[in-house]
Design a protein around this ligand. Structure first.
Ligand code: BTN
Length: 321
């Protein structure tokens, strides 16, 4: 019996006796008990009451490949080669990178949990079981790194647009691609590339969206989840569909259009527009006023010694004013 099968039964939030679970799953009570231990190890709120059995309080909203596929239009589906829904994985971007190296455009990997979720600048990305959205998409570009300029910013726009269409309005973007709500991090985007930097290459677009983060998870920056802003919007399968509806057309048209097509929208969502900021580049700190982004997605900062522009990379930005 796989842990996934047990979780699928407990997902309804009802009590199930040990005998019932053993019967449904075709294993002994001892085998059920061992798997129940693993449920607890995942950090899920497993309750056990003598005479009633076991239950996961409030149930689980599990990812479902059929539910995701059903929500996508024929046009969007035609851009996807496979939607790989996993249980526990190290990182969806690691799985996607394996496909990228093999040249599989349109592969999507999503998972209930990541044990080694990666954030920007070497940070970890908190990825508890069945709580949030973690997914990675592989796309192919013919024009190398130059054709990717501003892509990560445009992906941020796609995430915000999808959230708005799902009923969560008012989120903003922090350069280059953090999605914030009232200054707290709601989603993050991580782009990784393989192939020829000056020719045909594949990009893994990894997106993490906090949907219903358990309060027990410790995160080293202010964060928020969809559930706390609009409970009605906190359905992971629907949110993934909404994001893919924005993201897939963006990926298929980006090389032709470039970031310029998304620049105005990005600037209208800029959390730091006209704000005093400090930009850290290694041991250097540049201070000034953020005045938006250019047509390649570089941030423009007015400093005492003139206007400066910065592309992505190992830089970090914070507001000081
Ligand atoms: C950031 O630091 O803001 C970027 C976070 C990106 C997290 C996502 S979750 C899905 C994909 N898999 C990973 O390991 N990271 C990305």
């Amino acid at each position: 019996m796989s842990l996934e099968t047990l979780l699928a039964v407990l997902a309804d939030g009802e009590f199930h006796s040990g005998d019932e679970l053993g019967g449904v799953l075709g294993v002994s009570r001892t085998a059920v008990w061992k798997q129940l231990k693993k449920v607890e190890e995942l950090g899920l709120p497993l309750e056990s009451i003598k005479g009633k059995g076991y239950c996961i309080k409030d149930g689980l909203d599990l990812l479902s490949a059929p539910a995701i596929q059903k929500g996508l239009s024929a046009e969007i589906s035609s851009l996807i080669s496979d939607i790989d829904v996993r249980g526990v994985i190290d990182s969806t971007s690691v799985a996607a990178m394996e496909k990228a190296v093999q040249g599989e455009k349109g592969y999507i990997c999503t998972a209930e949990q990541q044990t080694a979720g990666r954030g920007r600048r070497g940070r970890a990305w908190a990825s508890p079981y069945a709580s949030n959205l973690y997914f990675s998409v592989v796309w192919e570009f013919g024009g190398g790194a130059a054709s990717l300029e501003g892509l990560s910013l445009a992906v941020g726009v796609a995430v915000v647009d999808a959230l708005e269409k799902s009923g969560l309005t008012g989120s903003q973007l922090k350069w280059p691609n953090d999605v914030l709500y009232q200054g707290r991090k709601l989603a993050g985007v991580l782009l990784e590339m393989t192939g020829d930097p000056s020719g045909r290459c594949h990009v893994v677009i990894g997106v993490g969206l906090n949907v219903s983060m358990p309060k027990s998870v410790s995160i080293d920056q202010p964060w928020i989840d969809v559930m706390s802003v609009n409970e009605g919007a906190a359905n992971r399968n629907q949110l993934l569909v909404a994001i893919l509806n924005e993201l897939m057309p963006l990926l298929s048209s980006f090389e032709g259009q470039g970031f310029n097509a998304y620049r105005d929208r990005w600037q209208s969502l800029d959390a730091f527009a006209e704000t005093e900021v400090a930009m850290t580049l290694g041991s250097d700190i540049v201070v000034g006023k953020a005045i938006g982004v250019d047509g390649t997605g570089a941030i423009i900062i007015e400093t005492a010694s003139g206007v400066r522009k910065f592309n992505g990379g190992e830089v970090s930005l914070r507001a000081t004013g």
